[in-house]
Design a binder for this molecule. Sequence first.
Ligand code: FAD
Length: 325
Amino acid sequence: MSNGVLVIFDQNQGQVRHVVPEILTVARELGVGAVTALTFGVRASETLETLGEYGAAQAVIWEHEPFTRYSSDGFADAIVELVPQVDPSVILFPASAWGKDLSPRVAELLGAGLVTDCLSLRTDANQRVIATRPIYAGKALAEVAVETPIQMFSMRPNINKAISHPVKPQVLDWTPSIGENSFRSVVVEVRQAESGTKEVTEADIVVSGGRGLKAPENFALLDQLAEVLGAAVGSSRPVADDGWVPHSYHIGQTGKVVSPTVYFAIGISGAIQHLAGISGSKYIVAINSDPEAPIFKVANYGVVGDLFQVVPALTEEIRKIKANS
Ligand SMILES: Cc1cc2nc3c(=O)[nH]c(=O)nc-3n(C[C@H](O)[C@H](O)[C@H](O)COP(=O)(O)OP(=O)(O)OC[C@H]3O[C@@H](n4cnc5c(N)ncnc54)[C@H](O)[C@@H]3O)c2cc1C
């Protein structure tokens, strides 16, 4: 019989990403036992309310030194020490940059199988977890199970619905013996994104631009559209490679994977490597002057036209609608 699910996530000054309530909901709905949540860092205990809201029966919070600064190897060693205390059969991470860094290290140290970037999880008759994940750059979905006693998965954000299920989490008062000297690498500086810049992986609407914008200064058109929509701005890879926008904007196979409700692809051709990062979007809206552009094959809505005319007109119309509502 299973011993429940351990959900491991990062937080920022007491704030959790959208994906955390989503993963807690997935963990609870698996029905393989109680959910324990583990988080780290400065003000981590302020996440307790959210953990309780989404059904974590138990919480483990390490906000003391040396857990105030991220360390791949230090955190991985500490998690491995914790695992026998919780004895989970399933461990879940967000498929964020943080989760993608930490989860394989933990899997290797535990000798556990890890399935990354999962869209959903279910259990079979033997309480074995079956994950659904995209393959071939999002062109197909595979169902995958792992055969190790501990089954590990990382979950793509914005796919699963967060459903409230209030409980009062019990705080497990246990800290690993690991000390500062065990932290062989630490993050020495964290640079905040410019104020007002939304993170593409968290946003409900993403406005993304490609080479069709012709020059970096024309991204101002996308900033204006994003502002009226409350959206994040993203990009195709070549414009990030050419320094038109920060690398944090780059979406696709070699960049970030997004799954917003609405994804605007503006002056983006729709190369397979770009589509790999946007296939989880609920609606794709393409604006492109070439009616044969591959992006129209995947778009739910399309405008064949010059973005330099379409985008300002769209921004203006949305602004008017918002002003009148
Ligand atoms: C190994 C590998 C990994 C890669 N990883 C990624 C990745 O992660 N993400 C990624 O994006 N790419 C990636 N690429 C690059 C990818 O193959 C494409 O080259 C890239 O996505 C094209 O970017 P784009 O759509 O901005 O430019 P283009 O392909 O040049 O498309 C520009 C589009 O703008 C349209 N356009 C031009 N003018 C206008 C106008 N005035 N109004 C409206 N539309 C206009 C054109 O019709 C065209 O469709 C990768 C490539 C390789 C080989």
